[in-house]
Design a protein around this ligand. Structure first.
Ligand code: ADP
Ligand code: MG
Length: 686
């Protein structure tokens, strides 16, 4: 049997490629270069030396090869062409290299030329041994994103081989290519891997070259197609019709000590309409910290209960879940509704009792932490799932709760978040999510004044806290975040508490942190709510959801260590009552650029949307959403800020391709999705 021309890549290489996500030929082909090297020209040595400072490629014959021992062991190779001589210096080298670069051998070397003590030299150039008149490449040489054990030559070879094997069918129909003035697929990909010498390199680097536009469009189209399909699949599932709005809804509205804001009424209408449909709602309720999402959630739950179903409310922390439980139980139990409480820290006996109430249907509403998604929890008739601070849960956790429906019906899902998602992100990442926004705060809130203060003025701040407390105001003192060590964070919190208790002997100082038992935590929070504690020293456990309207001063220590949205969440704990509120951000100088920008943003605005926008600017979308969020793995090429126009086109074209679900479009859609998503579509189903 004749040997195959190109032997298959060895196992190890395949494994290493797989680690980069490069499994199929198409994966390899869509692994596009980071940058390029120009190896198409050879510069005479003399000219290269005169130019200096630039990367150049020279070619010459080795005239000297020696190993120097001082100042350290190194290989010194001198090459020469007609114009001059150049030293190639290798600090790390193998014995084989010494032989390879023997006198008389012709070498092509490429890197920056430095002017060292001994004149012009190249340090560790990339080089290869060539014959005289060896042809030069006619296109730029790609440099790929790489991984462990994968050299550029290995990657280049694997990609070049894939290019020969792959099916180049253009998955975007000609009419759309014309409409969007797009390059064809194959020439676009080829150009990106092997750009001709005269290519507009700037456009390549900026990803504004038409070849890039084609890649971005294809990628966005795949994303939009797959999101829209997921949306259809959801609509094909059955969900309970929650039509009734009766005793519970009316009772609850009547019991509220306030009337709903216009924004609350509007989002409630949107939710109510969804709940009546026979397919599962998937709605995100966005509203800034303090905008009043809880009561909207409770009213949605009331609709489920009125319709004979159960509702579940899940919150990310025990403190937050307990607050919800207390508040909602106080509203609902007088109306004859049993509310169950379920968290991991319950005693076994209580947990069993709660589970039984949920399973029998006696509990119409269940509030808790992720304990709600345990296998042991069975619902009698779950109609609505509410997830507070949804971004703190993983995709899988939300899915589990959604799978707890009965009679083959999927419960409706309402997610809540105070972290607003900018429009572009919402459009691309959440195309299968309806979004309701509460864009108005309840009346009577006073604006929060924020100031940044150097840590070395801590004494003045303590004075201020003292004065405020004497005026009857309550104070949060937030301890520094120590990400590396929970133990250290705890220690710092305890120390801060002790120092403050000592510095403020006439005040009651309390401490709450993540390691306390739930009952202890609750006791401290109760004392604070009852204004028996003046100053509450807290770790970030208070970040989400804590609601004590009388608290109007907040001090955040080492504010430079917190992220923007975290600072915004924390600050949202004050400014809930009518007293003018103040937030003092203590920082340790000198501040880095990013920290400076964050503190400045905090001083300038209290608008959660504006803060999210700036956060996006500072951090970029990937990190903004966290790796666990759906869709993130899909966008490699398109940039949501600069490519907004493409997103909009891709969305419209996806809609038109899916319009007729029968006929040839299905094949087009399938082929395009297979090319661009492979197995990654699952990300979008949640
Ligand atoms: P968040 O949206 O941050 O979860 P909450 O639901 O905790 O906000 O509400 C913040 C505070 O505002 C609570 O004390 C709540 O009772 C109160 N509140 C909610 N809606 C209104 C309203 N329409 N008028 C007055 N106060 C309200
Ligand atoms: Mg809340």
């Amino acid at each position: 049997m004749p040997a195959p021309k190109t032997p298959p890549a060895p196992k190890t290489t395949q494994t290493r490629l797989a680690k980069l996500g490069l499994r199929s030929d198409m994966d390899l082909i869509l692994h596009l270069p980071l940058r390029y090297e120009d190896e198409t020209k050879i510069v005479p040595i003399r000219e290269a030396c005169l130019r200096g400072g630039h990367v150049s490629q020279v070619e010459g014959v080795v005239i000297k090869n020696e190993i120097a021992l001082k100042p350290r062991r190194q290989l010194l190779v001198t090459i020469a062409d007609d114009s001059g001589e150049l030293l190639l210096r290798f600090m790390n080298f193998y014995g084989s290299q010494v032989k390879q670069l023997a006198e008389g051998v012709r070498v092509r070397a490429r890197t920056e030329i430095k002017h060292g003590f001994f004149g012009a030299e190249m340090v560790h150039p990339t080089y290869k041994v060539v014959n005289e008149n060896a042809p030069l490449p006619t296109s730029l040489t790609p440099v790929y994103p790489s991984g462990e054990g994968l050299s550029q030559p290995i990657l280049r070879r694997a990609i070049a081989e894939a290019m020969r094997r792959v099916d180049w069918t253009d998955t975007v129909p000609p009419a759309i290519r014309r409409q969007m003035d797009l390059m064809d697929f194959q020439p676009a990909v080829k150009l990106l891997h092997y750009p001709p010498v005269d290519v507009d390199e700037y456009a390549l680097m900026e990803k504004s070259h038409p070849a890039w536009t084609r890649m971005k469009f294809d990628e966005l189209l795949a994303q939009q197609l797959s999101l829209k399909r997921a949306q259809r699949a959801r609509r094909d599932k059955g969900a309970p019709h929650l039509r009734a709005m009766g005793q519970m809804t009316e009772g609850l509205l009547g019991a509220l000590p306030f009337s709903l804001t216009g924004a609350q009424q509007r989002v409630l209408q949107e939710i109510r309409a969804d709940l009546r449909e026979g397919y599962p709602m998937q709605r995100l309720l966005q509203g800034d910290v303090g905008s009043g999402k809880t009561v909207v959630a409770a009213l949605a739950a009331a609709q489920a209960i009125d319709s004979g179903y159960q509702a579940a409310l899940m919150a990310p922390t025990e403190i937050l879940a307990e607050q919800h439980f207390r508040k909602i139980a106080a509203w609902m139990e007088p109306l004859g509704v049993k509310v169950a409480w379920l968290t991991g820290s319950l005693k076994k006996k209580d947990k069993t009792a709660a589970n039984e109430m949920v399973e029998s249907g006696e509990a119409r509403l269940v509030v808790g932490t992720h304990a709600l998604i345990q296998d042991t929890v069975q619902f009698a008739k779950l109609g609505l799932v509410i997830v507070d601070e949804q971004h703190r849960f993983g995709v899988g956790q939300r899915l589990t709760l959604r799978n707890k429906g009965s009679e083959g019906l999927v419960p409706h899902q309402l997610m809540m978040s105070a972290t607003p998602i900018p429009r572009t992100l919402a459009m691309t990442y959440y195309a299968d999510l309806e979004v309701s926004v509460i864009d108005e705060l309840p009346p009577g809130r006073s604006p929060i004044v924020t100031r940044a203060i150097d840590q070395n003025r801590r004494d003045e701040v303590i004075e201020r806290v003292h004065a405020a407390a004497l005026e009857g105001r309550q104070v949060y003192w937030v301890c520094p975040l120590i990400e590396e060590s929970e133990a250290l964070q705890l220690q710092t919190a305890t120390e801060t508490y002790e120092t403050l208790a000592e510095a403020l002997p006439d005040l009651q100082v309390g401490l709450v942190h993540g390691r306390m038992k739930p009952a202890e935590k609750q006791a401290v929070m109760d004392a604070f709510t009852a204004a028996e504690v003046h100053v509450l020293v807290a770790t970030t456990v208070i970040e989400v959801g804590v609601d004590v309207p009388n608290a109007s001063l907040m001090v955040i220590e080492h504010a430079e260590r917190f992220g923007l949205s975290q600072l915004h969440q924390l600050r949202g704990r004050v400014g809930r009552g009518s007293a003018a509120s103040v937030c003092l951000l203590l920082y340790q100088s000198p501040l880095g650029q990013v920290a400076k920008q964050r503190l400045l943003t905090m001083r300038e605005t209290t608008d959660g949307f504006e803060i999210a926008r700036r956060d996006l600017e500072i951090r970029g979308p990937g990190e903004f959403l966290g790796a666990r969020q759906s869709g993130q793995a899909m966008l490699r090429f398109a940039d949501l800020e600069t490519d907004q126009w493409l997103v909009e086109h891709a969305r419209d074209i996806a809609a038109s391709l899916l319009e007729s679900e029968t006929g040839p479009n299905v094949e087009i859609v399938d082929a395009h999705l297979a090319r661009w998503l492979g197995g990654r579509e699952e990300f979008l189903k949640v």
